[in-house]
Design a protein around this ligand. Structure first.
Ligand code: ADP
Ligand code: ASP
Ligand code: MG
Length: 409
């Protein structure tokens, strides 16, 4: 008998038929004698619909109320999954994030999990019940309902698996696992049998939305090995785990894409200490997440900085930067460009192989894709390209690194 924690995403509970499918899958595990805790998302599209209603009423909905509103999506699906299980004769019970003892911290709509008090869930398990737990939500220190950011049910599941010391943690979704690139875009993308936490983290934070990046960080920190697999078949999925020696033999594990990016360039910045801090502090105060930052050495005493952000934040960034420009000495200008996207190659093998950037840039150049900004980490190279070229760019880079072929290790 094993304790299995599963997570079913929005598509997997997207209709009553899909909910019945989830119930059948849980019943099969139960029939084998396992204990099961399933963390579930809102039915596909529900969270977006709720956000749409809020923003139709007001352009700046209060974040506290957004938490109250969005947490209802998951609450619907836990009750429905439990009802489907009751129909199959399974003794199941739903728990909200609060009931599950999930304690959170941070600003509204961006909660982080602080701790989980597993007593109630352990009691239910002891009584032989299947537990269906609402993902994406917890109880903040001040007693408020709190959501965990988009895709946050992944984080709930990993944290619950850790708190309950589960034997198995599975993230069930609408694809068979983690692929070398988004299979909806790169048709010959291959399912990876395994991937290291660090690679999964870099892929997740560069646009591979199959896992929420903070959930992978949490899994790495607490050593939760998990499997990403399909809720629609029984194919083996992708194991996300600690890095081991053979993993470095593969140079590039995957290619990620992130759309809807915008670039802001500030020119004519005096080449003096404190200038970059002045600019970035004002963006931080406006709660704008900056992604890539590229800066050139100054020429004639003047520097220029470029950074990227989600295109939704562009207007707010321009407004936040306006008063700062005046303090930079009068020669500064803000230039903006929307309609760009980010392409990233990720692989821990990059640490021990040279020439990866050259190979990536050559493939893009030959395909007529112009590179905007470039940033790197030890295991990642990211570039910006025009958004209309991002899919072609992903395909040519995927082919250039032969990711469509099984690696010879
Ligand atoms: P869920 O609703 O189960 O949380 P998501 O929609 O958040 O599922 O994530 C699954 C989707 O992630 C897939 O349908 C797929 O299009 C997308 N995706 C992007 N990149 C990848 C990748 N490298 N491997 C697998 N799926 C990916
Ligand atoms: N329902 C939330 C979202 O759509 C959380 C999740 O599905 O993981 O982002
Ligand atoms: Mg998801």
């Amino acid at each position: 008998m094993a304790l299995i924690v599963q997570k079913y995403g929005g598509t997997s509970v997207g209709s009553l038929d899909r909910i019945r499918n989830v119930a059948n899958r849980i019943k099969a595990l139960r029939d084998e004698g396992n204990q099961v805790v399933a963390v579930v998302s809102a039915m596909g599209g529900v969270t977006d619909k709720l956000i749409g209603m809020a923003t139709e009423l007001t352009s700046s909905p209060a974040e506290r109320e957004m938490d109250v509103l969005l947490s209802t999506g998951e609450q619907q699906s836990i009750a429905l999954v439990v009802m489907a299980l009751h129909e199959l004769g399974i003794d199941a019970v739903s728990v909200t994030g609060r009931q599950a003892g999930i304690r959170t911290t941070g600003s509204h709509t961006r909660g982080r999990i602080n701790s989980i008090d597993p007593d109630l869930m352990n009691g239910y398990l002891k009584d032989g019940k299947v537990i269906i737990c609402a993902g994406f939500q917890g109880l903040r220190e001040d007693g408020m309902i709190h959501t965990l950011g988009r895709g946050g049910s992944d984080l709930s599941a990993i944290a619950v698996a850790s708190a309950l010391k589960a034997d198995v943690c599975q993230i069930l979704t609408d694809v068979d696992g983690v692929y070398t690139s988004d299979p909806r875009v790169v048709k010959d993308a291959r399912k990876l049998p395994e991937i290291s936490y660090d690679e999964m983290l870099e892929m997740a934070s560069t646009g591979t939305k199959v896992m929420q990046s903070r959930s992978v960080e949490f899994a790495k920190k607490y050593g939760v090995v998990f499997e990403v697999r399909s809720s629609l078949n029984n194919n083996p999925g992708t194991i996300v785990t600690e890095e081991h020696d053979q993993m470095e033999a593969v140079v590039i594990r995957g290619v990620s894409i992130e759309r809807s990016q915008a670039r802001v360039t500030i020119t004519g910045i005096p080449d003096e200490p404190g200038m970059s801090a002045t600019i970035l502090c004002c963006l931080a105060e406006a709660e704008i997440n900056i992604d890539m930052i590229v800066s050139n050495i100054a020429y004639d005493g003047l520097a220029r900085h470029s950074f990227t952000m989600h295109s939704n934040d562009l207007g707010r960034a321009q407004a936040a930067l306006k008063p700062v420009l005046a303090t930079l000495g009068g020669n500064s200008e803000v230039l903006t460009e929307a309609g760009i996207a980010k392409l990233s190659c990720v692989g821990i093998g990059m640490r021990s192989h040279s020439g990866v950037a050259a190979q990536m840039f050559k493939a893009l150049g030959e395909a007529g894709v112009n590179i905007g900004m470039i940033t790197t980490s030890e295991i990642k190279i990211s570039v910006t390209v025009e958004e209309h070229q991002i899919e072609d760019a992903a395909r040519v880079v995927h082919t250039a690194f032969e990711l469509d072929k099984a690696p010879v290790v």
